[in-house]
Structure formats: structure tokens, C-alpha cells
Design a protein around this ligand. Structure first.
Ligand code: NAD
Length: 244
């Protein structure tokens, strides 16, 4: 039996995790932690922490996992560069799955996006459009950033130099190198992502639409079962799904 603590337990994802965990026979939630609870007081009871809280909470939660030699699954997004660096410093100490998206469909989209940009080559203009519910706090979504990183890596470019976050005013013609990233917010959309490959005379669009948070929750729970059997190191959902 794998024992699990959830951080961010009162949130939308925390609630989905608690509900979906009932269908996993080999997994037991031993504590549900939110903002005012003390993770340090209960962490000894668990094998793994699943974090879906807030970007500024992840470094301390990861630190507690290291101190207590517990594995972690990180689903939280929107970390600053400093927060990312603090988390990555700990990657050799414990087994860690860190993924911007835990759905099988989106991880297939990651794979297809890499393949498409490799096949289509340098002539195609690359744009990413994402839409999420009105309560989402970070933009662009972690998944959109992962998609942009895949595109930039295949083209041997540094994403921060070529990312174009929206356009307004007289911005001039589009450069061949830039990757457009556009965030739409509204209603209760769980998560839509489209990667557009546009050339003269044709356009390819790859779209994934999530209609339930259960898809992320089930993936994160599967990652928790997997990570407790791994050596210390940084893994992502492609490792969990065996897509590498
Ligand atoms: P939410 O705002 O509904 O829930 C977040 C919860 O975390 C809240 O209950 C909040 O009180 C709690 N929290 C804040 N600080 C905390 C702390 N220090 N310790 C413990 N709990 C704390 O948000 P959500 O929609 O559930 O999303 C949570 C995070 O997961 C976001 O970063 C979101 O982008 C991300 N997310 C990731 C995936 C994925 O597949 N990786 C999917 C959906 C959402």
C-alpha cells in the first residue's frame, strides 16, 4: 500500500485527487493538507507527497520531503525562476516527478508536437493558444510553456529569446523564429491547448481539450505509485508512461 499526502487539498485539483484516489486499491491518502495545516507534523506517515498547491509553496514542501526522505509528485505550475532553481537543487536527493500536465492525452500531444515540428521544418510559423477557466492564476499555462519549450528545443533556440506573449499595437511583421503564445481565460474551461503550424497554403493544428480534472488527478496518482519505486532524480510524466 502506497501512503500519500496531498498538499493543496481544498483546491479544485486537491478535491479531484481525493475523489479519484478511491478507485486506486494500492494507494491510501493519509493526510489532506491545505494552507493552514502543518505538513511537517504528519509527513512521517507518508511515502509520497502530491503537491497541487501554489507556486510559492512548492520549494518548502519539496524541502520537507527531502528532510524526511519522501518522494514527491509536483503538479503545481507558475513557479518563478527562483522557485524553479530552489526545487531543482533538490532533484538528486529524492525521487521527484514534476510535470506541467499529468493527462495521457497531453503527454501524447507533447510527443506529436515534437514529431510535427521535426517533420515540418523551419518554414512553418509556430503559435500556441491555450484556454482555461476564469479562476486560473498563472499565464501562460504550464502546459503551454512545455509545448513552447519542445518547439524551441527542436529548433535549437532559447525559448526566452523567441517567445512572443500576445501581440498589441504596431508590432511589425512576424519573424520566422518567434513562437507566439496566447492565453484565453473564461468560464469553467478545464484546459484547452492548440499548437498551430502555419505555412503559405496550409496549416496544421494539434488540439487537446480536457473536460474533467480527473484526467490530471488519475495521472498524478499513477505517478505517485510509480515514483516510490524509483531512485532519487527528476522525472516527468513521459517517464511514468514509458514514452521515452
Ligand atoms: P486552487 O486554487 O483551486 O487550489 C489550490 C489550493 O492550494 C487551495 O486550496 C489553496 O488554499 C492551497 N494552498 C495554497 N498555498 C498552500 C500551502 N502553502 N500549503 C498547502 N496548500 C496551499 O488551484 P487548482 O486549480 O487546484 O490548481 C492547483 C495548481 O495545480 C495550480 O498551480 C494549477 O496550475 C496546477 N494544475 C496542474 C495540473 C497538472 O496536470 N500538472 C492540472 C491542473 C492544475
Amino acid at each position: 500500500m502506497t501512503r500519500v499526502i496531498i498538499t493543496g487539498a481544498k483546491g479544485r485539483m486537491g478535491q479531484a485527487l481525493i475523489s479519484c484516489a478511491k478507485n486506486f486499491r494500492d494507494l491510501k491518502i493519509v493526510a489532506a493538507i491545505d494552507r493552514d495545516d502543518d505538513l511537517g507534523a504528519v509527513i512521517s506517515k507518508t511515502d509520497v507527497v502530491i503537491d497541487f498547491s501554489s507556486h510559492d509553496a512548492t520549494p518548502a514542501i519539496t524541502g520537507l520531503c527531502v528532510k524526511n526522505k519522501k518522494a514527491i509528485v509536483i503538479g503545481t505550475t507558475g513557479h518563478s525562476d527562483a522557485e524553479k532553481t530552489a526545487i531543482l537543487k533538490l532533484k538528486t536527493k529524492i525521487p521527484m516527478v514534476w510535470a506541467s500536465n499529468f493527462s495521457t492525452g497531453v503527454n501524447t500531444l507533447f510527443w506529436l508536437t515534437r514529431k510535427a515540428v521535426e517533420i515540418l521544418g523551419a518554414d512553418f510559423d509556430l503559435e500556441i493558444v491555450e484556454m482555461h477557466h476564469r479562476l486560473k492564476k498563472d499565464a501562460p499555462s504550464g502546459t503551454a510553456k512545455s509545448l513552447a519549450e519542445i518547439l524551441a528545443a527542436v529548433r535549437n533556440q532559447q525559448l526566452e529569446k523567441i517567445a512572443r506573449h500576445g501581440r498589441v499595437g504596431i508590432v511589425g511583421e512576424r519573424t520566422a523564429a518567434e513562437i507566439g503564445i496566447h492565453s484565453i481565460r473564461g468560464g469553467d474551461v478545464v484546459g484547452d491547448h492548440t499548437v498551430i503550424f502555419a505555412n503559405i497554403g496550409e496549416r496544421l493544428e494539434l488540439t487537446h481539450k480536457a473536460s474533467s480534472r480527473d484526467t490530471f488527478a488519475n495521472g498524478a496518482l499513477r505517478a505517485a505509485l510509480w515514483v516510490v519505486n524509483q531512485k532519487p532524480g527528476l522525472y516527468d510524466m513521459q517517464d511514468v508512461l514509458g514514452l521515452k
